[in-house]
Design a protein around this ligand. Structure first.
Ligand SMILES: Cc1cc2nc3c(=O)[nH]c(=O)nc-3n(C[C@H](O)[C@H](O)[C@H](O)COP(=O)(O)OP(=O)(O)OC[C@H]3O[C@@H](n4cnc5c(N)ncnc54)[C@H](O)[C@@H]3O)c2cc1C
Length: 207
């Protein structure tokens, strides 16, 4: 689910249907009402100092053999990089970067800001960057303080993964691009000019 609310005592979830072209309200007709939500779909509450909890292990009564999947281990990805899931700032590139080498200025700005790199599905599908960087309905959901979208049009499936960012900056040469409708700040221009200029300014100010 992308969102949850209670109406007339029933849990109402919002989820994408028909390949994400429609967001539908769905209601469970039976009890218990159960829903799973995407990571980062809701803001993280502030930590309450001194609050503690108790972990209670409940036997679900399901044998390990009955579960079709086995977790054999965990592997860290992107050693040294800022983790996209937890990043406070994300600099993302889309089809507008025009090729794998177009992510170099995106990465340079991300490095200057201590940010993570993100990407649209168009850039991932083109093979310019790995899937682990994809933001959106079929990628990661992020909720950073600052999301800088470079050469990304703002399709609904991309917005599903970053639309809850606190501040959105869009850099796009098309003034009519839908991303400007959700952006707090918009820069109409060529990302290959704007992004390096921003990087230089950030480096000058942050030292
Ligand atoms: C079921 C389904 C799931 C999907 N899941 C996802 C998902 O998880 N994430 C996702 O991102 N998409 C997803 N999509 C795809 C989505 O619909 C869009 O196709 C995709 O987001 C477009 O990526 P884009 O904005 O990079 O490319 P485009 O829509 O082609 O936009 C490129 C933009 O770059 C701008 N531009 C070009 N050159 C420059 C330049 N030099 N400087 C500045 N701007 C420039 C253009 O004006 C344009 O606005 C999904 C689609 C479906 C059907």
């Amino acid at each position: 689910m992308l969102d949850l609310s209670i109406k007339n005592g029933r849990l109402v979830g919002v989820r994408p249907v028909f390949s994400g072209s429609i967001l539908a309200d769905v209601v469970s007709k039976t009890d218990p009402q159960l829903a799973s939500v995407r990571g980062r779909a809701f803001p993280m509450p502030d930590a309450v100092a001194g609050r503690s909890g108790e972990v209670v292990k409940v036997d679900a009564g399901v044998s390990e053999a009955a579960v079709g999947m086995t977790v054999t281990g965990f592997e860290e990805v992107g050693g040294g990089e800022v983790n996209l899931n937890d990043a406070k700032i994300v600099v993302a590139g889309g089809r507008g970067v025009k090729g794998p080498e177009g992510f170099a200025p995106i990465k340079a700005l991300a490095d200057a800001l201590g940010a993570a790199v993100g990407a649209s599905r168009a850039a991932v599908d083109a093979g310019w960057i790995q899937y682990k960087y994809q933001v959106g309905q079929t990628g990661k959901t992020v909720r950073p303080d600052l999301y800088i979208a470079c050469g990304i049009s703002g399709a609904i499936q991309h917005l599903a993964g970053m639309g809850s960012s606190k501040v959105i900056v869009a850099i796009n040469k098309d003034a009519e691009a839908p991303i400007f409708q959700v952006a707090n700040y918009g820069i109409i221009g060529d990302l290959f000019t704007v992004v390096p200029a921003l990087t230089a300014e950030v480096k000058k100010r942050l030292g």
